[in-house]
Design a protein around this ligand. Structure first.
Ligand code: PLP
Length: 365
């Protein structure tokens, strides 16, 4: 007997998500120190001082269950985005709300539409519940909204758009997404995954569309620009009825006490966010200049990472970089076998990566 035969069909065939390699693991493997990791789109500044202070204060309460309803954080988010608290669902990372969406809406055999080169969690979550992933061809590495519209059938339950997308960093103008929403039937839930929204001009925002499109769900996270990846907190903004359904499948205490408090403390830390954006812009320039100097093409990115075409096998290049103590992300599993995705780091980290890349590619720069 194999336990695999006992598992539900979707799970038996699932390829698990491959995370970035932890620094400690690399240092153990190669017996080196001073490795750097530019592989998981984390904030290179570390957490904000406000988050650290909030964690210290909240730590005396960790013998207690957290507020399962996340009242304070939801209230703060509702105020910030001019929504009702009933429109917000908190998650253990936004990954958690993405899974709740699939569990709440997708029956075995239902279709879920997403793009080629899009975030790996969409196919994994879909397959786990026996849903059928419908993958549309990318246009210039980004989402092709016409193709996505054409892929919608009577069986479509959910559609994922990542904007900016990970791992390509491609970005759709908000006007295009809004025009797309006009054409999608209301019975299809459209999930707009905005994990990297804070790196972009927030003067125009998709949040105001929730009034006009009850089938729109916007997901965001504290893992990237807010620097709290290790605490796991994200959220969805939606129609209150959708939020109610998500809450039915949500674990009662899915966001821990330290995460709730740190997120609340960082939410309006404008200085930290500004510094985050400044470091990201400078690093993006440094890397793109470095790539151009090496004659390498890259996909212009609106996130805190960039994917570069190394003109040879990406996984082998990734492995050669590991030996140099530099962890980046191969993206062959995203259909990009010659690209590497690198997270924007601090200036010295970016330089170390560029130098190591030149070395392993045999480029004199
Ligand atoms: C990182 C990321 C997320 C989720 O991250 P969490 O840490 O689970 O909040 C979601 N979508 C995209 C596109 C991402 O890159």
């Amino acid at each position: 007997m194999s336990f695999c035969d006992l598992a539900v069909a979707g799970v038996a065939q699932l390829q698990p998500y491959v995370p970035g390699k932890p620094i400690e693991e690399l240092e153990r493997q190669f017996g080196i120190t001073n490795a750097i990791k530019l592989a998981s789109n984390e904030n290179p500044l570390g957490p904000s001082q406000a988050a650290l202070k909030a964690i210290t204060e909240a730590s005396k309460d960790i013998s207690l269950y957290p507020d399962g309803n996340g009242f304070k954080l939801k209230s703060a988010l509702a105020k910030k985005f001019n929504l009702a608290a009933e429109q917000i669902t908190l998650g253990n990372g936004s990954n958690d709300v993405l899974e709740m969406l699939v569990r709440a809406f997708v029956n075995p055999g239902d279709e879920v539409v997403f793009s080629e080169h899009a975030f790996a969690v969409y196919p994994i979550a879909t397959q786990a519940v026996g849903g059928k992933g419908v993958v549309t061809k990318a246009a210039n590495y980004g989402h092709d909204l016409n193709a996505m519209h054409d892929a919608v059938t009577a069986k479509t339950k959910l559609l994922f758009i990542a904007n900016p997308n990970n791992p390509t960093g491609t970005y759709l103008p908000l006007a295009d997404i809004r025009a797309f929403l006009d054409k999608i039937p209301e019975r299809v839930i459209v999930v707009l995954d905005e994990a990297y929204v804070e790196y972009n001009d927030e003067s125009e925002s998709s949040v105001s569309w929730l009034v006009d499109y009850p089938n729109l769900v916007i997901t965001r996270t504290f893992s990237k620009a807010y620097g709290l990846a290790g605490l796991r907190v994200g959220y969805a903004m939606s129609h209150p009825e959708v939020a109610d359904l998500l809450n039915r499948v949500r674990q009662p205490f899915n966001v821990n006490i330290l995460a709730l408090n740190a997120a609340l403390a960082t939410l309006d830390d404008q200085d930290y966010l500004q510094q985050t954006r400044a470091v990201n812009e400078a690093g993006m320039q440094q890397l793109t200049q470095g790539f151009r100097a090496m004659g390498l093409n890259y996909i212009p990115s609106r996130g805190n990472f960039i994917s570069v075409d190394v003109k040879t096998n990406g996984v082998e290049t990734y492995e050669a970089l590991l030996a140099e103590g530099v962890i980046v992300r191969p993206v062959a599993n995203y259909g990009l076998p010659r690209h590497l995705r690198v997270s924007i780091g601090l200036e010295a980290e970016n330089q170390r990566f560029l130098d190591a890349l030149a070395t392993v590619l045999g480029i004199n720069s």
